[in-house]
Design a protein around this ligand. Structure first.
Ligand code: CTP
Length: 410
């Protein structure tokens, strides 16, 4: 099967030209050059994907350097891994030497050595991700499908390549549900059986690698689908036994997308919702294991603290200045998470009012104005706070009233 037409139709002209040029150059140098992985799968499915991964059988370094100089591009090489990223005119492709992987022990990162295209495809996660397209000039566009990827695309199946796949790398369990739910496929029955048998292998994976997979799930269009399936299969509970991928979460995620549209929600916001129903101790354990960046950690800690304030937040006679005092110390993303998660309408309304209105309220007088009026340095901040509170509660409405208030109260 030749996919040159699909390449022409689905990829932008710059990338098509690049592939043709690269194939010609590889042919001249005597190297084998292949387009591999997700982009091949997506070309066959007619899905947009501009992440080009190339595999070289031969001298990756000189081919990548030749391409970089031809395109006046930049090459970021990682000689230790035999990989390079080529960037030019806003485009970027990954180039790697064909390799064989062996796993010293389950869950460890693989040891890698140069190999053939066949071994490079065999080390991959699923048949649908283990196809290649030849780029060398004479056979440009030819599909290489050694493991039945095309048949599995037709049958809409996510299938591992060999029985030890999940033992070698249990992150593939997360990847399986991600592809299954993204593409509307099914995990193939034997693959599912091995996944269930091997669920304990997730304990061999570092928190960093699990976090990476979770972040990739949260970058999907509908992360709740993969989370529901991961919960059903016991994958999610391996990250933390109290995490749930249920209807509650699906509703909150949908609400969150409506709220942030047209932008997609941030990972931090999704994580805050996923962890919302955990106790503070459970959140601590999750954070310790997954080692999120500080931005996420602080937001989760804020959420835990805001939750303890909710009872006061819904007190009947709480004035706007009281809402402000309660919520002003917290990060907006944490407040958004609580607003989107809570079942209490008044709490939601008040957080929304704070985020959209109250937190932007400021007195008309500045610190410099107050200094000119004779307020001593030590009292300026306090006076500005009083003026802001009076503005919030509507007892002062104009600059003149502010001036009068300062004169009367200083
Ligand atoms: N891969 C793998 N096992 C992993 C991670 C990656 O076999 N644990 C392989 C897959 O063949 C995958 C390729 O490496 O297609 C690139 O990985 P990644 O960038 O994670 O996947 P993409 O296919 O590029 O992205 P996506 O599938 O999300 O579109």
């Amino acid at each position: 099967m030749n996919l040159a037409d699909k390449i022409n139709k689905q990829l932008p002209a710059e990338l098509v030209n690049f592939l043709v040029t690269a194939g010609g150059m590889a042919q001249t140098c005597g190297d084998g050059l292949y387009l591999v992985g997700g982009v091949v799968r997506d070309l066959l499915l007619g899905r947009q994907n501009l992440d080009l991964d190339l595999v070289v059988e031969g001298d990756t370094k000189s081919l990548a350097e030749g391409l970089a100089s031809f395109l006046s591009g930049k090459l970021i090489a990682h000689p230790r891994f035999g990989t390079a990223k080529l960037k030019w005119d806003g485009w970027s492709v990954d180039i790697a030497t064909a390799r064989t992987e062996t796993y010293a022990r389950p869950g460890a990162l693989p040891s890698v050595k140069a190999g053939t295209l066949q071994s490079d495809l065999f080390r991959r996660d699923f048949t649908i991700n283990a196809m290649a397209i030849e780029l060398n000039a004479p056979r440009y566009g030819e599909l290489i499908d050694r493991y039945g990827g095309l048949a599995d695309l037709d049958g809409r199946l996510v299938r591992i390549l060999h029985e030890r796949s999940f033992v070698d790398d249990a992150t593939r369990m997360w990847r399986a549900v991600r592809y299954e739910q993204r593409l509307g496929f099914k995990v193939e029955p034997r693959t599912l059986e091995l996944l269930k048998q091997g669920i304990g292998m997730l304990d061999t994976i570092s928190g960093d690698r699990i976090r990476h997979e979770l972040e990739r799930v949260l970058q999907e269009d509908f992360p709740e689908k993969a989370l529901r399936r991961a919960a059903e299969l016991g994958i999610l509970a391996k990250t933390h036994p109290s995490l749930k991928g249920d209807k509650w979460l699906a509703e909150r995620f949908a609400r969150t997308r409506e709220f942030t549209a047209p932008e997609a929600p941030s990972i931090a916001l999704y994580v805050a919702l996923l962890a919302y129903r955990l106790t503070p101790e459970e959140v601590e354990r999750l954070l310790c294991y997954l080692r999120f960046p500080n931005t996420v950690t602080f937001i989760l800690e804020d959420v835990a603290n805001i939750k303890t304030e909710l009872e006061i937040l819904v007190e009947r006679n709480l004035p706007p200045s009281g809402i402000y005092a309660l919520l002003d110390d917290y990060r907006p993303t944490a407040l958004q998470a609580v607003m989107l998660a809570t079942d209490v309408p008044l709490a939601r309304e008040r957080i929304e009012e704070f985020l959209h209105k109250l937190r932007h309220v400021k007195p008309a007088l500045t610190g410099a104005d107050l200094a000119k009026m004779g307020i001593s340095g030590g009292h300026i901040k306090e006076t500005l706070n009083s003026l802001r509170n009076a503005r919030l509660d509507g007892t002062i409405r104009s600059k003149e009233e502010e001036v009068r208030w300062v004169e009367e109260n200083s």
